[in-house]
Design a protein around this ligand. Structure first.
Ligand code: NAG
Ligand code: NAG
Ligand code: NAG
Ligand code: NAG
Length: 374
């Protein structure tokens, strides 16, 4: 038992170290030692033909720097098709070549007042001058008040993912070519403060359930609320039952239920706050995930013990080491899957947890346990 606790504590620590924040209100700094910085992937909803303003996606914010720049560098908002090449080529060791290759496809379609006046609006030259609009914003009416730039995302066919990033490359408008920015002074940093929302910031009060959320997370708040209400009824009932009926099975089940209740509560708090400010409490959400894993593994222990007849036909446990060994492996694989998901899955891969090898492992594991039950 003690070993198991130790393993969980260690895993929790590992998870906390690799912590990545997912939010729609981004604040941070791009430093000169990062050549490239990926900011976020966000799903924008399908635009409704009849209420365009209310259903467009908006990206707006400020990007400024305390340092002077000889050449502005680049902030890119790209759809998946354009992002793939751009993202792959960032790894090229020679950064001069990297800039050229990253922008080969984008160069043909991105707007530039001199080189490509009929292109689309993907790029901004950053940093923007303090207390002014960014250089690429030609019409101040299109910019959300109190911010320096605004993108409006419209897709009449389907919801789509967009990828935000910054890269130390600049465009030479004389030669229409991309170059790596290497400042003479050496060091710089750029501060950003960016919002990504679904629906116009002007009328955000009408849709607070969807406004801050990426398309794939919209309306999860209602779901969590509904589950939480169910638990509010079930948990007190179960607690009452466990007081009357002092049976080990009931106790274990209650423990599992309580853990899940705590998990749900944490996630709900995070989601509620997120719907208001686009940040939420990322640490609380992660704690919720961990409680959820604990709940599932304790439920698995209950199933294993029941299947071996413990507390049903006899209170004495045979095969003890085997059952606990299997359970321990199951718990470890579960934690592994969670950490893997946080750290190893590349942002451009559109996959869920069961398409990675720990995901496969857990399915195989469950099937094996099932076979063992028969
Ligand atoms: C963003 O820039 C505008 C000026 O264009 C300024 O009024 C506003 O306070 C800035 N907002 C933040 C959060 O820095
Ligand atoms: C918000 O509303 C104001 C006034 O109604 C309008 O001028 C501005 O263009 C709107 N902004 C956006 C981003 O739609
Ligand atoms: C841009 O290209 C022109 C022509 O190739 C060159 O003369 C100029 O120095 C370049 N400017 C920068 C900032 O690289
Ligand atoms: C980038 O696009 C412009 C306009 O389409 C073109 O004139 C220029 O040659 C392109 N540059 C490169 C490096 O392909």
């Amino acid at each position: 038992m003690f070993k198991r606790h130790l393993i969980f504590v260690v895993s929790v620590l590992i998870v906390l170290c690799f912590h990545t924040v997912q939010c729609t209100h981004l604040k941070g700094t791009f430093r000169s030692r990062d050549f490239f910085k990926f900011l976020v992937k966000f799903g924008f909803q399908k635009t409704d033909r009849h209420q365009k303003e209310a259903t467009h996606g908006y990206i707006f914010g400020n990007i400024t720097s305390r340092h002077g720049f000889q050449q502005p560098i680049t902030f890119a908002v790209l759809d998946r098709a354009l992002f793939l090449d751009y993202y792959q080529n960032r790894r090229i060791y020679n950064k001069k070549d990297a800039c050229k290759h990253m922008f080969t496809r984008i160069n043909a379609s991105a707007f530039d007042p001199v080189c490509n006046p009929h292109g689309n609006d993907y790029l901004r030259r950053i940093p923007c001058p303090k207390n002014e609009l960014c250089k690429d914003e030609d019409n101040p009416n299109n910019v959300v008040k109190g911010h320096q730039f605004t993108y409006v995302i419209q897709d009449l066919q389907q919801p789509s993912f967009w990828y935000l990033s910054m890269v130390a490359c600049y465009y030479n408008q004389t030669s229409c070519e991309w170059h790596h920015y290497e400042p003479r002074t050496g060091y710089y940093d750029i501060d950003y403060d960016i919002w990504l929302v679904n629906g116009s910031p002007n009328i955000s009060t009408f849709s607070s359930l969807t406004y801050q959320f990426s398309f794939d997370r919209q309306n999860t708040l209602e779901m969590y609320l509904l589950f939480w209400l169910c638990y509010m009824i079930l948990v007190p009932l179960q607690l009452h039952a466990v007081r009357i009926q002092k049976h080990p099975v009931t106790r274990l089940f209650t423990a599992s239920l309580l853990l899940d209740f705590i998990a749900l509560f944490f996630i709900l708090i995070h989601t509620l706050k997120f719907s208001l400010d686009g940040i939420g409490y990322p640490n609380l959400a992660m704690a919720g995930d961990i409680f959820d894993i604990l709940s599932r593994t304790s439920f698995m222990l209950l199933l294993l013990l029941l299947a071996k007849g413990w507390a049903v036909t006899r209170l004495e446990l045979t095969w003890k080491p085997l059952v606990f060994a299997i359970w321990l492996c199951y718990g470890i694989v579960h934690v592994l899957l969670y950490v893997w998901n946080l750290t190893e899955v590349d942002i451009i891969e559109d996959i869920d947890e069961y398409q990675t090898w720990p995901g496969w492992l857990i399915i195989v594991f469950r099937s094996l346990i099932m076979v063992w039950f028969l």
